[in-house]
Design a protein around this ligand. Structure first.
Ligand code: PMM
Length: 273
């Protein structure tokens, strides 16, 4: 039976690329979180900063105001909650509000103090591969080194792990994520997905977030080259959820939990026969 966890996305943002604005108020976000739990989410990933290419950053107070009340409420209702933030201050308040996972898409690069905040808690640390903020990340998608994108991402993640260790975060609390779409062109994402065993061999659990990303829009583009719209990339997302679960990743971060849960139940049944 697959043990892969489904991490449901709760973006409390006006501008996330896939669901921006839909759950932008705390009440709407909590309601959305409840729906994802009912659909079978194992973890709710609550974020208050959009990381879409070109996005501008919210003030820290704005980010806090978005995520903290939502986390507090969802934790009170029994959810296992992760906070999607690059800021130490937000991570700290989120942990106080009951989050037990810090999902830092910058792997400690954006605000190195976040590593100390995590070290001082019992939280799990999701350390994602990242090269720069959204306003310039597309310019950083160059991997012209021996071993290409897989070797570069592996080496850069290893440097992030060294920093996490130095701050006092033990191995047992680290999860790695190759950071699909973050300073990656479509072909880089596919190469990373096919090269996941390289990351697995580092010995840490893996989280992967392919859901609705633009490399799927490119894959499914119309004859005139127009990318498939975000809302119409679900079947491709589910296909990847199944392929990732077959590789025994720790978790897959998805927007439509119901569809991915159905797919994982189908995979379970398949593997039990
Ligand atoms: N992708 C997004 C945001 N947070 N966190 C992790 N760990 N991995 C990801 O791939 C990831 C993430 C961007 O997607 P969204 O705007 O749909 O949330």
């Amino acid at each position: 039976m697959t043990s892969t966890l489904l991490m449901g996305v709760v973006n409390v943002t006006p501008d996330s690329f896939s669901d921006g604005g839909r759950w932008a108020t705390p009440d709407a976000a909590v309601e959305h979180g409840r729906r994802l739990l009912a659909d079978g989410a194992d973890i709710l990933d609550v974020g208050g900063e959009s990381t879409r290419p070109g996005a501008t950053r919210p003030l820290v107070e704005e980010e806090l105001g978005r995520v903290v009340p939502v986390i507090r409420e969802l934790v009170a209702e029994g959810a296992r909650v992760s906070v999607d933030t690059m800021r130490a201050e937000v991570a700290e308040e989120a942990l106080t509000a009951g989050a037990t996972i810090v999902n830092d898409v910058s792997g400690g690069l954006a605000d190195p103090r976040i590593l100390e905040v995590v070290a001082a808690s019992d939280a799990t640390y999701v350390c994602m591969h990242w090269r720069g903020h959204s306003d310039r990340m597309q310019d950083l998608a160059a991997y012209d080194v021996p071993g290409g994108v897989v070797a570069a991402v592996r080496d850069e993640l290893c440097a992030r792990i060294d920093d996490a260790h130095a701050a006092g975060i033990p191995d047992e609390r680290i999860v790695l994520d190759p950071g699909l779409g973050f300073a990656k062109k479509a072909r880089h994402n596919w190469t990373l997905l096919r090269g996941l065993s390289v990351f697995a061999s580092l010995g840490f659990p893996l989280l992967v977030g392919p859901s609705r990303k633009s490399f799927l829009g490119t894959l499914l583009a119309g004859a005139d080259g127009t990318p498939r719209p975000v809302d119409d990339r679900e079947a491709a997302t589910i296909a990847l959820t199944v392929l990732l679960a077959q590789q025994r990743v720790w978790g897959v971060r998805v927007h439509d939990v119901r569809a991915s849960r159905d797919a994982l139940l189908t995979l379970d049944r398949w593997e039990q026969t």
